[in-house]
Write a protein that binds this ligand. Structure first.
Ligand SMILES: [Zn+2]
Ligand SMILES: [Zn+2]
Length: 301
């Protein structure tokens, strides 16, 4: 009874009032008691948060709070409210896996609320450059700490190590390893069964991305649980080494396919007509052109 009455109320409100899509989503979530975001524990005191943008990683413990990536300000406010239900301490450590807006736009919500904000040095440079280009410098919170190859900090018994393996999705992607829990946040180095964005304007390299994923396979183990920046509908935002290998295979096959087409004398236009990558057909749906054009650009230059 309760459910059907609620559905009736929900339906009538949603259909009779001229609401925007965002308002509808918000009202629907209030009326169904569903939150617009999902917060899941992985192991120990570490988990992930998803709502809109790249997957956020978190560690919430009595004597230490760590957040990896920030989506957008509204999403960060949601996560901060969840953290505050459990602890009133300041964030000990905020990390950006890289500069893209769906991972760093929410940084501003942490202004005055975090002790440290760290990212790879190129991530900070990219964030500053893009903000300047778009006239959005006032909306940024930049890292106060940067690193080159690796950076480590111990917080409440957990060691958090940031590693840089070279240019891939951008030229500033860090992997964040919670060593004791053995959870590694890959940021956008991992697109689970979803066509990746390859940001040539920020120094991306398909060739080197394959090497970066090889380095990750050496650095982490079969027990490591990986957090992925993005996944396709129906696929998880966490996974294991097999998923890393599958995405590495996608990139390898992509490179191989475009290389063969160029060798066969095909034009860029003809290459852009390719619908799927042979040997990596789990990657499907929209977005293959982003892969093809970036790879063409890399190989033809
Ligand atoms: Zn992203
Ligand atoms: Zn990205």
């Amino acid at each position: 009874m309760k459910t059907s009455r609620r559905n009736f109320i929900q339906k009538s409100i949603l259909t009779t009032v001229g609401l925007s899509m965002a308002q509808r989503t918000l009202f629907a979530s209030i009326l169904t008691d569903e939150l617009p975001y999902k917060m899941s524990l992985i192991r120990n005191n570490i988990g992930f948060f998803t709502e809109k943008g790249g997957t956020i990683g978190w560690m919430i413990s009595k004597n230490g709070i760590v957040v990896v990536d920030t989506q957008f300000p509204e999403q960060s406010e949601h996560l901060i409210a969840e953290i505050q239900k459990q602890s009133d301490r300041k964030i000990d450590l905020l990390i950006n896996t890289h500069h893209h807006g769906d991972h760093s736009s929410g940084n501003i919500a942490y202004k005055g609320r975090t002790n440290v904000l760290v990212a790879h040095e190129n991530s900070k440079k990219n964030q500053m450059r893009v903000a300047k280009e778009r006239g959005q410098e006032d909306k940024q919170l930049y890292p106060d700490t940067t690193f080159d190859n690796s950076w480590s900090k111990k917080i409440d018994g957990e060691t958090i190590t940031l590693s840089y393996f070279g240019p891939a999705h951008t030229d500033g992607d860090a992997v964040i390893h919670f060593e004791n829990a053995n959870i590694a946040h890959m940021g956008d180095l991992m697109f689970n069964r979803r066509f990746p964005f390859i940001d040539k304007s920020a120094g991306a390299s398909v060739k080197n991305w394959i090497e970066v994923l090889a380095s990750a396979q050496k650095a982490y183990s079969k027990d490591t649980i990986f957090i992925f920046g993005h996944s396709d509908n129906g696929f998880d935002v966490i996974g294991n080494m097999e998923d890393i290998k599958a995405f590495q295979n996608y990139l390898y096959r992509l490179l191989d396919t475009v290389q063969a087409e160029i060798k066969a004398g095909k034009s860029e236009e003809e290459i852009m007509e390719i619908q799927s990558i042979k040997g990596a057909d789990e990657w499907k749906g929209d977005g293959i052109k982003r892969s093809l054009s970036a790879t063409y650009q890399e190989l033809a230059s």
